[in-house]
Design a protein around this ligand. Structure first.
Ligand code: WTA
Length: 662
């Protein structure tokens, strides 16, 4: 059968079969199969105790929720616990020799860390951090790729009550420096290098450049990818080699620090509508309870499973659903260092077979890639997933069906999980045994979550009306961010002001603004449409338009720049740059190269613009505001739309001709 025949058949099937029942073999063994769970969580806020009791607490909480000062909600007040203890120590009694992390290096090397190994390594590194002067509440910035040192570092920080701020390894030196400064961090943990597509990448050089840029003078601790520093890398004398410090702390134990439920566990920076990334601050008790609870109820994780989330720990998905949730439940989690197509396009399925993975978690971008590579790369591998997840972007029904058919082999249940860095865990997603799957729709709200759709004036759109609007969440939930680090005002203005009565101290008057457009469909399912603000979603990575524009503006020859999202068949969206050059500067590949380089330097290679268009002018309103929407229409070959409010209504057509030709 040719590809196109197959596509026609898939499409026909999609049209006639909107819903897919969860396979019986899944339902029979699911962690949650009684619909009464929703009623229990409707008891607000006490329903959420069902997640908190999954953890071990040093002191029980006095109240589930303190909503007296919205939107600064406090969860499980008076409770005390340690996240590292919950993810490691407490499993030793039952399963010390079970693998906690199975790590596969791209280079072909592999390491299995049992819970006992993890316990030893986390303790030793916690002792090392302390001896280097890390105190409780010091923010430790962590710039590591997908190697065991990353979860070990996070859990060691958690053990001594030092919030970690993990910066995705693909971020540039400038992005790292900016986050170190914003967090006021005096410690940076990095590594000599790692492998990507067969090549050893010098990673510590990013720390070197970041140290030049930062206003602070942090201590830099350097892990090594192999036993010794790689021959291609040189390490500054100012830095401390982790291996040398660890040598002084062999077999040392560090008592887990009992943290208040509201003490911060970590910061995770994310892009927003303004230039500067925001440090989303997550609390210890509520976050961990929510990550563990959703890992159990939504991801259906059991201790005896082998679970693989193919995200990077440097993003929130990896924090909640590689490290904290799965390890709190005591399962075996797979971690992979490298690219999905190196050394060949069956790499993922080879590993799925090798480790006999039960639960598989990936993004629509990855699914679209697998689809492009073709089913022949999956066929013949002996694995059988029981459960699969998608996260990060809306998934097209065609991609969903391909995932279901070729990866799940029609035997796995799929959950499409909608959530955000800010929300800590899933908010809209089916509990897999309790609702039919509907391709392209995230499904029903998670237990206890109360979404609504409002129009731009904040008026609620009738439930299940099928009309699109702004997605808001009405009731608070334990996984929500506490604040924007060091900037409570920005927390209120970004997430609450627009759709809340900010003068009220009744929590019912406060609505969390997600920044996404969504539809509550007639069947009660929620379909997410994507960001409504100036944030784009490139291969599942959030990028702020303003961050990109300020990077482009760094180039001397640029007079003005606007960045918009162009739709892309695999990556979802890609950034496209429109530039007006300074008088007398000629458009050239050389200038274009410098613009691309500026974005790579300021943010990282993953943010590289797909195209740089040189134009004479940008479409602007009479007050001088750049109309990105019009540029976005040009980039996506759509009608220009209403141009009558522009200062010069002819500009868009000129740009279109300059960019697309006549
Ligand atoms: C988008 C990632 C549709 C959305 C966990 C959100 C999704 C942003 C989905 C958050 C989904 C995430 N369906 N869109 N299942 N999941 N998004 O902070 O636009 O990196 O606002 O968190 O990704 O991205 P973030």
């Amino acid at each position: 059968m040719s590809d196109s025949d197959e596509d026609v058949q898939l499409e026909a099937r999609l049209r006639e079969q909107e819903y897919f029942r969860p396979p019986a073999r899944f339902v029979g063994q699911a962690n949650v199969s009684d619909p009464a769970v929703y009623d229990r969580f409707d008891e607000f806020p006490d329903g959420f105790e069902e997640y908190a009791v999954l953890l071990d607490w040093d002191d029980h909480w006095d109240a589930v929720l303190d909503a007296s000062n919205p939107p600064f909600f406090r969860w499980f007040t008076g409770g005390r616990l340690n996240a590292s203890y919950n993810c490691v120590d407490r499993h030793l009694a039952d399963r010390k020799n079970q693998a906690a992390l199975v790590w596969e290096g791209e280079h072909g090397d592999r390491r299995t860390l049992t819970y006992r190994d993890l316990y030893r390594e986390v303790n030793e590194f916690a002792a090392a951090l302390r001896s280097e002067g890390v105190d409780e509440d010091d923010v430790v910035t962590v710039h590591l790729p997908m190697v065991p040192a990353l979860p070990i570092t996070m859990l060691a920080c958690a053990r001594i009550g030092a919030p970690h701020s993990v910066v995705f390894g693909g971020f540039s030196a400038s992005a790292l420096a900016e986050r170190v400064d914003d967090a006021g961090s005096d410690f940076v943990v990095t590594i000599d290098g790692y492998y990507r597509r067969g090549e050893f990448l010098d990673h510590v050089q990013k720390a070197d450049a970041a140290m030049e840029e930062t206003d602070r003078d942090p201590e830099v601790l350097v892990w090594t990818r192999h036993d010794e520093v790689h021959e291609s890398v040189s390490i500054s004398d100012d830095y401390t080699l982790v291996s040398e410090v660890l040598a002084d702390h062999e077999r040392e134990r560090v008592e887990p620090v009992s943290r208040d439920a509201e003490d911060p566990l970590f910061l995770m920076y994310t892009s927003g509508t303004t230039g500067k990334p925001k440090g989303c601050q997550h609390r210890t008790g509520g976050y961990l309870a929510y990550a563990a609870g959703t890992s159990k109820y939504v991801l259906d994780i059991k201790p005896e499973d082998t679970y693989w989330c193919a995200a990077d720990i440097g993003w929130i998905t990896g924090h909640s659903y590689i490290v904290y949730g799965p390890l709190a439940l005591g399962t075996t989690s797979v971690m992979y260092e490298g690219a999905p197509d190196f050394p060949h396009k069956s790499r993922i399925w080879e590993l799925a077979e090798k480790y006999d993975v039960d639960i598989f978690h990936t993004s629509p971008t990855a699914v679209r890639q697998f689809m492009k590579w073709g089913p022949e790369h999956v066929e013949g591998y002996d694995f059988s997933f029981r459960h699969m997840t998608t996260v990060g972007e809306p998934i097209q029904p065609e991609a969903w069906l391909w995932y279901y058919t070729h990866i799940g082999r029609e035997k796995a249940v799929i959950v499409d999980t909608w959530w955000q860095t800010e929300t800590g865990g899933h908010l809209i997603t089916n509990l897999p045994a309790l609702a039919d799957m509907k391709p392209g729709s995230a499904g029903l709200p998670a237990p206890g979550i109360d979404p609504a759709i409002v129009d731009d004036r904040g008026e609620e759109i009738d439930p299940a009306s099928g009309r699109a609007g702004n997605l808001v969440i009405r009731k608070p939930w334990p996984g929500m961010l506490q604040t924007v680090y060091g900037d409570d005002d920005r927390f209120v203005s970004t997430y609450w002001e627009e759709f809340s009565d900010t003068g009220s101290d009744d929590w019912r008057d406060w609505n969390y603004k997600a920044g996404d457009g969504a539809v509550h469909e007639r069947d009660g399912y929620w379909r997410i449409l994507g960001r409504l603000d100036d944030v784009m979603n490139v291969a599942g990575h959030r990028l702020g338009t303003m961050e990109l524009e300020s990077a482009v503006a760094e180039v001397e020859d640029v007079a003005e720049a606007a960045v918009v999202a162009r739709d892309h068949p695999e990556k979802g969206e890609v950034p496209e740059v429109y530039v007006v050059l300074r008088e007398g500067v000629e458009a050239s590949d050389e200038v274009r190269g410098r613009i691309v380089e500026a974005v790579e330097d300021e943010i990282g290679k993953f943010a590289r613009p797909a195209n740089v268009a040189f134009v004479d002018d940008l479409p602007k309103t009479r007050s001088g505001k750049i109309m990105r929407r019009i540029l976005e229409n040009i980039s996506n070959d759509e009608d220009l739309g209403d141009t009558t409010t522009l200062r010069d209504p002819d500009v868009p057509e000129q740009i279109r001709r300059q960019v697309q030709g006549d």
